[in-house]
Design a protein around this ligand. Structure first.
Ligand code: NAI
Length: 342
């Protein structure tokens, strides 16, 4: 669950709202693409975090209003707005965590890879600015296709000489959030208790929920495994179709991205018990990038957790082998996009 950490004990009598928070730390977070469908609810949830002192919102348009609106919430962080390329550098200076949901979302009938041509350039440009202004920050990539945009970001950072593979994350938290929700519904479990690792990547069959590793441990029939796996893999498309042209998941994504930010901030703040799934550079398989559970610490990834990939069921093992060629091609497409440029 997102640990929004309201601080009821410290509440003063005249501050009745449960959203009045006491500052507990002073991290700086920047959202690039902050005026968008994901950016806005994400900004709201981060504004609720007691770990944040400054929230920098960047977009190419419409961000002033979002910042003015949010800045009236009486929670600890200061909200600042930055519009257009000339203000990007200032938005990023001194930032601890940069979240990138900038780019176009899917419309019905589109795959995430159909977004490549537009979003690849956006991510490349934004990560160049991150490299120049806050090379030590944790970088959270939301813009799709994540399977390619994370390798793009890695190449850009390498070219700039500041790549730290422990601090670059493709945000796959929504896949975990969805898996947890759907498993809890199917098995009548309390939602808050359910945790399902999701590995691989973040598109179609590359999204592999490991239902055999779900906590609490639950047993599924073969049919249930098939149904749940396919639903988790297609959950994004479920939303795209329901929105019928008005975009893709934004509210659940804002929630999931806020959870990943909160986890990163807790790790930066010294919490020694922070685990999340994320699409990262990895040695767990023969692919250079792979989503798995990782342990987060002050310096980024502290450990890649191999145990989820041990003792897989036959269904999971087959699905893992089946996803590798597609994931490999998406990774290579991202790398080639940066390397082929002059
Ligand atoms: P949106 O279109 O509502 O918002 C995107 C925002 O990015 C807009 O405000 C736009 O002005 C801004 N933008 C465009 N070019 C920019 C640039 N060069 N610099 C800064 N900002 C720029 O789209 P939405 O729904 O917020 O989705 C954003 C991205 O997130 C899409 O690529 C979508 O596919 C992806 N996504 C990823 C998920 C994941 O699980 N990782 C889940 C859902 C969506």
């Amino acid at each position: 669950a997102l640990r929004a950490s309201v601080a009821p004990k410290a509440q003063k009598p005249n501050q009745r709202s449960q959203y009045v928070l006491q500052p507990q730390a002073s991290y700086k977070v920047a959202i690039l693409g902050a005026a968008g469908g994901i950016g806005q609810p994400l900004a709201l949830l981060i504004k609720m975090s007691p770990l944040v002192s400054t929230l920098n919102l960047y977009d190419i348009a419409n961000v002033k209003g979002v910042a003015a609106d949010l800045s009236h919430c009486n929670t600890p962080s200061q909200v600042l707005d930055f519009t257009g390329a000339s203000e990007l550098g200032n938005c990023l200076k001194g930032v601890n965590v940069v979240v990138i949901p900038a780019g176009v979302p899917r419309k019905p009938g589109m795959t995430r890879d159909d977004l490549f041509n537009i979003n690849a350039n956006i991510v490349k440009t934004l990560v160049e600015a991150v490299a120049d202004n806050c090379p030590d920050a944790f970088i959270h990539i939301i813009s799709n296709p994540v399977n390619s945009t994370v390798p793009i970001a890695a190449e850009v950072l390498k070219q700039k000489g500041v790549y730290d593979p422990k601090k670059l994350f493709g945000v796959t938290t929504l896949d975990v959030v969805r898996a947890n929700t759907f498993v809890a519904q199917k098995k009548n479990l309390k939602l808050i208790d359910v945790d399902v690792p999701v590995v691989g990547g973040h598109a179609g069959i590359t999204i592999l929920p490991l239902l055999s590793k779900a906590k609490p441990s639950v047993s599924f029939t073969d049919e249930e495994v098939e149904q749940l796996t396919v639903r988790i893999q297609n959950a994004g498309t479920e939303v795209v179709e329901a929105k019928a042209g008005a975009g893709s998941a934004t509210l659940s994504m804002g929630y999931a991205a806020a959870r990943f930010v909160e986890s990163s901030l807790r790790a930066l703040d010294g919490d020694g018990d922070v685990y999340e799934c994320s699409f990262v550079q990895s040695n767990l398989t023969d692919l250079p990038f792979f989503a798995s559970r990782i342990k987060l610490g002050r310096k980024g990834i502290e450990a890649w957790i191999p145990s989820d990939l041990e003792g897989l069921t036959e269904y999971e093992q087959k699905a893992l082998e089946a996803l590798k060629p597609e994931l490999k091609a998406s990774i290579e497409k991202g790398i080639a996009f940066v390397q082929k440029q002059p």
